[in-house]
Design a protein around this ligand. Structure first.
Ligand SMILES: Cc1ncc(COP(=O)(O)O)c(C=O)c1O
Length: 360
């Protein structure tokens, strides 16, 4: 048994480190407050334990940060990002906003919701190379009044060019068109802010995570890694890729966004690509194609803690987490926070895969 002196000493150390955390957060939040921001998100999102999933896996203690509950037409990680990206766009006094990505793009659905709330029309350019039916996210886009243009583009990396072309076309027609940029460093800045929020929650709930696990295609992980660095938080961040970009490796792209965000924040730090942990072995047959282990992960999460994942992003991230537990790379010594980045509307476009999964 520890004696009274040792206990008091431990207490003092904890208090000192909590105070240090708070001071650091205040400094970062003062920097963040300089950026224009529109209020779109319900924050803070809950940080919840997953006791039954933790038991089922017999590995690390697992918590979930519920960024699927940020709000704005079904929520997701994009709500936080749009608070900053939309505020920036508004400065240009746009008559019409333009964005896009894949047909089941969560970004586009949330951008549409944000545009509607600002009272500005939005044009979406969506990749639909295999003529998918109108369901899930794209149904919500149309429901909220987006003008949707489909393009037959096999390469996701080239979608930005199609969006830029649409902006140019609208401007040529004399409209003040502005792109909502899903790659803006402001998206990473939103996740620096999330890291401040998460650390405050961990401190309040007495949780000392060793790992943060997420589905990551670039900007969200960029903000998280930068946030951890600015907070001096020794937390290993693992991103599970839903796709491979064809223009550059994920690590390079992510580090680049993180460094642009650091510059905007006036922070004298650089993130090297080697600091970005990216697992690209849970993509399976390709972007937006469900992975068998992902479907199994969805089934387990749903039937243990009623946690509903999505087939494109979070299921693949959870499949990676479960695989790492099975391989002994995540152990009982770890405490893992799984960032739920949302994506639930896409499920309705994957009815057949989900029916199959339910019978697994
Ligand atoms: C549900 C979901 N999770 C994760 C991501 C990855 O976010 P980011 O592109 O910011 O890395 C996205 C979007 O790309 C998403 O829609």
């Amino acid at each position: 048994m520890e004696n009274m002196g040792a206990l008091l000493d431990k207490d003092r150390k904890v208090t000192r480190s909590l105070t240090k955390h708070r001071e650091r957060r205040t400094q970062i939040q003062e920097q963040l407050a300089q950026f224009p921001r529109v209020q779109l998100a319900n924050l803070p999102t809950p940080l919840e334990p997953l006791p039954r999933l933790t038991d089922a896996l017999e590995g690390p203690q697992i918590f979930v940060k519920r960024d699927d509950l940020t709000g704005l037409a079904f929520g997701g990680n994009k709500t936080r990002q749009l608070e900053f990206v939309m505020a920036h766009a508004l400065q240009a006094k746009p008559e019409v906003l333009v964005t896009g990505a894949n047909i089941q793009s969560n970004w586009s659905r949330q951008a549409t919701a944000a545009a509607v709330k600002m009272g500005i029309p939005i044009v979406l350019v969506l990749r639909n190379s295999d003529m998918q039916e109108i369901q899930g996210n794209v149904l919500l886009d149309l429901w909220m009044g987006a003008e949707v243009h489909f393009v037959n583009e096999p390469d996701m990396t080239r979608m930005q060019q199609h969006i830029d072309d649409m902006v140019a076309e609208l401007r040529a027609q004399g409209k003040r068109a502005f792109k909502l940029d899903s790659w803006s460093p402001l998206t990473a800045i939103a996740y620096v802010n999330m890291m401040c929020e998460l650390q405050a929650q961990c401190d309040a709930q007495n949780i000392s995570p060793t790992r943060l696990w997420l589905a990551a295609a670039g900007p969200t992980q960029a903000g998280i890694v930068l946030g951890a660095r600015l907070l001096d938080w020794n937390l290993r961040v693992t991103g599970v890729a839903p796709l491979r970009w064809t223009n550059a490796p994920m690590q390079d792209i992510t580090a680049d966004v993180a460094n642009q965000a650091a510059e905007m924040l006036g922070a004298d730090v650089r993130i090297a690509p080697s600091e970005i942990e990216d697992l690209d072995n849970y993509i399976g047959a390709g972007y937006a194609i469900p992975l068998r282990e992902g479907l199994e992960a969805m089934r387990l999460a749903a039937r243990t803690d009623a946690l509903l994942l999505d087939p494109v992003y979070t299921s693949k991230a959870m499949a990676g987490l479960i695989d790492h537990v099975k391989r002994g790379e995540l152990t009982r010594d770890d405490t893992v926070i799984f960032l739920h980045t949302g994506g639930s509307p896409a499920n309705f476009a994957y009815r057949d895969a989900l029916v199959g999964m339910s019978k697994l």
